[in-house]
Design a protein around this ligand. Structure first.
Ligand code: XMP
Length: 503
């Protein structure tokens, strides 16, 4: 495996994704949590950082433990750190360099640059620059503004690059990382099939004959976790799928059906009335979230107690849930979002077989496990469901309106081949009535807002540019078919400053 030491850069996760895309297993580790005994480690990448190496509280490590022992690639801060720790000079130039630059490679024999063209575009983002490097550092490439854009340390398998090979705009970035993996002797044998095989083997060993419980949400992560566990321990896995009455139209039945086809042992719990009662008259979004979260735990716990000898709680935690770049105050790895502290309360051990995977990898694993592409490529859907898409107090009647409108919108996206082009979409029921006219009648009814966004990680998002013809059809159909709606509007806000959900 490759270790990526995280010094807190926003692009650390991207380095991990690029390495994984090159069929190589890697782990992102806080900068000060390495080295540790692990003979499978074949190389180390040092990430960027929001700090300057000259800051007195900058993250520093003893490079003696790493350099010379493993092939090392320092990126941005990582490259500067090796220079400054060896007695070179790093300082802030008059102008900072951000964005595109042209890289000129002079050491084309350098294995890090094997098969790369001599000139290409790279992406820079740094405040500091390397001014002077010790004698055993060989300059290998420059840009217009930065002399020390890349270097190699003589007599060692150690390299530093000032630019960011992990970002999309660095043209030969993936090729450069691939060269580094070759230098480390990586075989490129980390594939979905190999992951499944080794994980199933490990789960069998770890769980033995123990019984495991898992909460299914209908989403990709928990579904793939369930299928993987089912392959390892079969009927010792019990899944619970709760209908809180705020799912999409027919979702409960469709998804339950899907799960049963996959051979899962699933208990479907219809808890609609319980949730509607708890939510009656509640208008504050955070309070709604809390009630739905707690209701979910109560129902789940009740089901779990009906089962005997459960030892483990399985969860669909994935890598972005547990890694968080270092905060300025020090190393923080986000605590796992346990199902409301259930493992402690019920004295269960946690099983999270996907916790080192990125979302796109989870999807590949799911497909490899034979899951239906429709199940794998579903849009993200929030845990509180339509509860946060019905603004204000929730009633069963409003749920009906939101479900019908949402169904017309989503089915339309599928019909027009747009579903896979957007990140997520849904209908929002606004607490706004307005006047309309239907036949000879004056109406005073509800408003639906259509929300559809493009995104790669939900951190930022832009509103989808949907064709007018499609919007016209959806609007028409909602107003004609959904009783209680006489107006449809389109949300054209990006995130930030708006969020994807309205509550
Ligand atoms: P926002 O609205 O913050 O949403 O732009 C970002 C992503 O998170 C989802 N989301 C939630 N998911 N529980 C969830 O499980 C929640 O309370 C929640 N709120 C928002 C949202 O659908 C989007 O994908």
């Amino acid at each position: 495996k490759i270790i990526i030491l995280d010094f807190g850069s926003q692009t650390t996760q991207l380095i991990g994704r690029r390495v994984r895309d090159l069929s190589t297993y890697c782990e992102i580790v806080p900068y000060n949590k390495f080295p540790f005994e692990d003979e499978t480690v074949k190389g180390v990448i040092l990430s960027g950082s929001p700090f300057s190496v000259n800051d007195h509280d900058a993250f520093k490590i003893d490079l003696k433990d790493i350099r010379g022992k493993y092939p090392v690639l320092g990126i941005c801060y990582g490259a500067q750190l090796m220079v400054s720790e060896s007695g070179g000079e790093v300082s802030q130039p008059d102008s900072r360099e951000y964005g595109r630059a042209h890289l000129n490679i002079f050491e084309s024999n350098d294995p890090l640059f094997a098969n790369l063209s001599q000139n290409s575009e790279v992406w820079m983002s740094h405040g500091d620059t390397i001014v002077n490097a010790p004698e055993n550092f060989t300059l290998t490439a420059s840009t217009e503004d930065v002399k020390w854009a890349a270097y190699k340390i003589n007599g060692e398998k150690t390299w530093g690059v000032q630019f960011h090979p992990e970002v999309y705009h660095t043209e030969q970035g993936t090729a450069l990382l691939s060269n580094f993996l070759d230098i480390c002797g990586m075989k490129r044998d980390w594939t979905p099939a190999s992951f499944i095989e080794s994980t199933v083997r490990e789960l069998k060993e770890e769980l033995g004959d123990d019984k495991v419980i898992l909460a299914l949400s209908g989403g990709v992560d928990s579904s793939v976790t369930a299928v993987l566990l089912n392959r390892a321990i079969g009927k010792n896995l019990t899944c619970v799928f709760v209908d809180h009455g705020l799912l999409r139209k027919n979702e409960f039945e469709t998804v339950l059906d899907d799960y049963e086809h996959l051979g899962l042992n699933v208990i479907g719990v219809d808890a609609k009335q319980h949730f509607y009662k708890e939510l009656e008259g509640v208008t504050d979004p955070e309070e709604k979230r809390k009630i739905i979260g707690k209701g979910f735990i109560d129902v789940f716990e009740r089901e779990a107690h009906k089962l005997k000898d459960i030892k483990w709680l399985a969860q669909g935690t994935i890598y972005p849930d547990i890694i968080e770049s270092l905060s300025i105050t020090g190393v923080t790895i986000k605590s796992h979002h346990n199902v409301g502290g259930l493992p402690e309360k019920m004295n269960l051990k946690l099983c999270e077989p996907l916790k080192l995977l990125f979302k796109d990898e989870v999807r590949k694993i799911g497909l490899e496990l034979g899951m239906r592409p429709g199940l794998i490529h579903r849009h993200p859907f929030p845990g509180p469901g339509l509860g946060i898409r019905i603004l204000g107090a929730i009633t069963p009647e409003k749920v009906r309106i939101a479900q019908e409108a949402d169904d017309i919108f989503i089915s339309g996206l599928r019909e027009y081949g747009l579903y896979d082009k957007v990140w997520q979409a849904g209908a929002i029921l606004l607490p706004v009535q307005s006047v309309g006219v239907m036949g000879d009648e004056r109406t005073y009814e509800n408003t639906i807002a259509l929300r559809s966004v493009t995104s790669t990680d939900a951190m930022t998002a832009d509103w989808s540019r949907l064709p007018y013809e499609f919007l016209a059809k959806v609007s028409n159909e909602i107003i004609n078919k959904v009783q209680g709606v006489n107006r449809v509007v389109l949300d054209i806000s990006s995130k930030p400053p708006a969020t994807i959900e309205w509550e």
